[in-house]
Design a protein around this ligand. Structure first.
Ligand SMILES: Cc1ncc(COP(=O)(O)O)c(C=O)c1O
Length: 349
């Protein structure tokens, strides 16, 4: 037997949302509206290019992202989904045994990324309202801390921290600790309540913001994400990218999607309106559902979690249970949401 790294014995498995034919899939926070029509034609056009390697530097894509955020392209790095970007950032700063601080529960890839990078995870419990406890996160920093993830809005709770907490966190984290603010769900956030972290904190060399094309841009299957960072950190993240990990199709699709802000914004508004309708109905049935700024809601169900998820599955809706804690339900089409609410109403009764 080859000698495998000991740490692999402790790496938790990522649990993907289930795909059940014929069911409403509300388990992976995908866009329910399908591929953007403007992107479909671009994909068809670039299909024959797949026999060639893509532009390894994703030059045109990085320029489009930089123009979209009005920043220097040197401050942008891309990866195969923002999950690869998060691991590029971990690979940039984490040496064996270094500590990585994040709230818990948050995005379930953080412990995996931390362990694979050779780091030690420091999980800081959310508050009783399922919100990141920024003061406890600051207090968790030690001399060994190299990286902190703040998932905002948080997956799976949908909760956010606002301007004051963002500033307090950035002020409280030492400048030699990389603070990664994961904004995978940014397009669903009310900007009045939660400022764009890069606009607020982008002038700090230790702050990075990650974004993805997998949610509002409806490109989860093509795998593109990016970060906005100081140019040195962005250069490090580029070095840690698996060569050619962002395919040519993905690069072209992401550029086209970025250019279709009107439709992306229209769809995000529909999802936000549906999210508020779904949450109000759930609260009406007596469920505990924290306010969400993402494209999903979180039902605090404790030991009723598995029974609830099974009831949903029996009714043709796949949700994402976290045993003993709660269920995350992505916002789907109006019909899918109605189907889910019907099941939730019966379960509550
Ligand atoms: C908070 C958060 N960050 C990052 C990702 C990764 O998305 P992707 O790798 O598809 O860009 C997800 C996906 O669910 C997420 O919830």
């Amino acid at each position: 037997m080859p000698k495998l790294r000991k740490v692999l014995g402790t790496v938790p498995a990522y649990v993907p949302g289930r795909k059940v034919p014929g069911a409403a899939i509300l388990a992976s926070n995908e866009s329910p509206y399908g591929l953007l029509p403007s992107v479909a034609s671009v994909l068809a056009e670039h299909l024959t290019g797949v026999s060639r390697y893509p532009d390894m530097s994703s030059t045109a894509l990085i320029e489009s992202i930089a123009a979209h955020h009005d920043v220097d392209p040197a401050r942008v790095a891309v990866g195969a989904g923002s999950v690869e970007v998060c691991s590029q950032l971990a690979a940039s700063v984490v040496d064996d045994g270094d500590e990585v601080v994040f709230g818990w529960r948050a995005f379930e890839a953080y412990p995996i990324i931390t362990a694979v990078a050779g780091g030690a995870a420091v999980k800081v419990p959310l508050t009783s309202s399922s919100v990141h406890d920024v003061d406890a996160m600051i207090a968790a920093v030690t001399a060994r801390t190299r990286l902190m993830f703040l998932c905002n809005p948080n997956n799976p709770t949908g909760t956010t921290v606002g301007r004051e907490e963002l500033l307090r966190l950035a002020d409280g984290v030492p400048p030699d600790v990389l603070l990664v603010i994961d904004e995978a769900y940014r397009e669903y956030v009310d900007p009045q309540r939660v400022p764009d972290a890069f606009v607020l904190l982008g002038d700090r060399p230790n702050v990075v913001v990650t974004r993805t094309f997998s949610k509002a841009y409806a490109l989860a299957g093509l795998r593109v994400g990016y970060c906005l960072a100081g140019s040195e950190v962005a250069a490090a993240a580029r070095k840690c990218q698996v060569p050619f990990s962002v395919s040519g199709l993905a690069q072209s699709a992401a550029i086209a999607a970025l250019g279709d802000q009107e439709e992306v914004g229209r769809r995000a508004k529909l999802t936000v309106a549906e999210r508020e309708r779904v949450r109000a109905a759930l609260l009406g049935h007596g469920y505990e559902v924290p306010p969400s700024e993402a494209n999903f809601v979180w039902l605090v169900l404790g030991n009723r979690t598995s029974a609830f998820a099974e009831a949903c599955l029996a009714g043709g809706v796949v949700v994402r249970p976290f045993a003993g804690e709660g269920v995350r339900v992505s916002i789907g089409t109006d019909e899918e949401n109605d189907r889910f609410l019907g099941i939730a109403a019966s379960f509550a009764a």
